[in-house]
Design a protein around this ligand. Structure first.
Ligand code: GKR
Ligand code: MG
Length: 419
């Protein structure tokens, strides 16, 4: 029997911008547009594959260099693609305004190309990507509702239909809308916005309103270890995990020694090199994986194996994203046996996309694995063109939650920790 290669003949990298509400976090506020890059790989077999990733300028430059470097490679040879990306020595840039720690540049740049190659491999085999990862071990992937403190509108713009959420009542109302609309069975509050005492009140209000929903609080390293321990003790028995209360592996280890609940992270363990020191210090008990910076779907499975070996919990981190990323997240999460918590997603916060049709319907807070070949999503070319035009017109080139906040609230400064 002979094998047939499927070679990459061209890669298109398209930056897009989609509207984003004014969601607050520990370093500022979401700007009116979120940026993403859509990767399309074309092959000599006529099959094409999709990937999605960040679109900050330096990352875009690295993606374009990688796109040129991988032409001619067989889409089954993802290790060769990894090697070629590595040889480019992509720049060490911070992504997501520093709300994700320092990720490994090669893994971050390689990720969308690996996803696109898996999309093509799946199409060639007539199988969903989850099958290439060992097959789905669950029919549907559970997600948590992602609650944000939020202004009623972007300054100078019309109010959106979510309304303001700046106190416990606003957060509970937002949770109600997300639970009613999507059926989420776990709730995560993005904290680090107000003094901890106010955020404790919001979590308690959520507990009263949703007695059976597991709750999480994520202040994105806004607290000192001392404050973190105080908050953790006050929320004993209320949180399923406390996410990134304080910066760094040492700080997290200090908190972990006294906190009554597990600590989770997408800030201090975001690359393979961070895993050994974090395990030695027992700094975190749950790692939030994210294929966008852990090096794609297969390297995320490697992370899952490490978590299993060392008895760590595993969940999934999210940033503002579109449908190509969601498809990849669902295929991966479906195929990871030890996914111990519902995944994060920003999905309900966006109202524009590049994928065609409505491939995702949340039922009971979960998403079924797309059944089509590959990722199971296709581009809507008109929408892609529109969101690219929006990228060109909006003027944003790098995510900058702090800069935006300081233009609205003069004197605002980024501080980690703040309390
Ligand atoms: O969208 O503001 C946000 C989040 O804070 C995001 O940037 C974080 O990376 O969701 C993330 C988290 O869990 O830390
Ligand atoms: Mg987090």
């Amino acid at each position: 029997m002979t094998t047939t290669s499927i070679r990459i003949t061209g890669v298109t990298v398209t930056p897009v911008a989609f509207t984003d509400p004014p969601l607050l976090n520990s370093v500022g506020v979401h700007e009116p547009f979120a940026l993403r890059a859509i990767i399309e790989i074309a092959t000599d077999a006529g099959l094409t594959g999709l990937g999605e990733t960040y679109a900050d300028e330096k990352h875009l430059a690295a993606l374009r260099a990688a796109a040129a470097a991988i032409e001619g490679v067989d889409v089954y040879r993802t290790e060769e693609i990894y090697r070629r990306v590595q040889a480019l020595h992509p720049a060490e840039t911070l992504v997501s305004s520093g709300l994700v720690g320092q990720t490994a540049a090669t893994d971050r740049v390689f990720s969308p190309f690996e996803v696109a190659c898996l999309d093509i491999q799946g199409k060639a085999a007539g199988r969903p990507v989850a099958d290439l990862l060992g097959g789905a071990v669950r029919d549907a992937v559970p997600f948590s509702a992602y609650l944000f403190y939020k202004w009623a509108e972007h300054p100078g713009a019309d109010a959106d239909d979510w309304g303001e959420a700046l106190d416990p009542d606003g957060i509970v109302a937002q949770a109600r809308r997300l639970v009613d609309g999507y059926g989420f069975t776990a709730l995560k509050l993005k904290g680090g916005v107000f003094p901890p005492v106010q955020e404790i009140e919001a979590v308690r209000a959520l507990r009263d309103a949703f007695p059976d929903h597991p709750l999480r609080l994520d202040p994105n390293a806004a607290w000192t270890p001392y404050t973190s321990v105080k908050v953790a003790r006050q929320l004993d028995g209320v949180l399923e995990y406390l996410e990134d209360p304080t910066p760094g592996i040492d700080g997290m280890a200090e908190v972990a020694r006294k906190a009554p609940m597990p600590l989770a992270t997408n800030m201090c363990v975001v690359a393979f090199g961070h895993v050994p020191p974090a395990i030695r210090a027992n700094a975190v008990q749950v790692i939030l994986s994210d294929h966008h910076y852990w090096g794609g779907l297969r390297r995320s499975q490697l992370l899952a194996g490490i978590c299993e070996t060392f008895g760590l919990g595993l969940s999934m981190h999210s940033n503002s994203h579109l449908g190509v990323s969601l498809a990849a997240m669902v295929h991966l999460a479906a195929a990871v046996p030890n996914l111990t918590y519902a995944c994060d997603t920003h999905w309900p916060w966006k109202s524009q996309d590049v994928v065609a049709g409505t491939p995702f319907t949340f039922r009971g807070g979960s998403l079924a694995v797309p059944s089509g070949a590959g990722l199971g999503v296709e581009l809507d070319r008109d929408q892609l063109a529109r969101l690219h035009e929006q990228y060109l017109a909006c003027g944003l080139r790098n995510r900058d939650d702090t800069g935006y906040m300081s233009r609205v609230v003069p004197g605002y400064q980024r501080k980690q920790p703040r309390w």
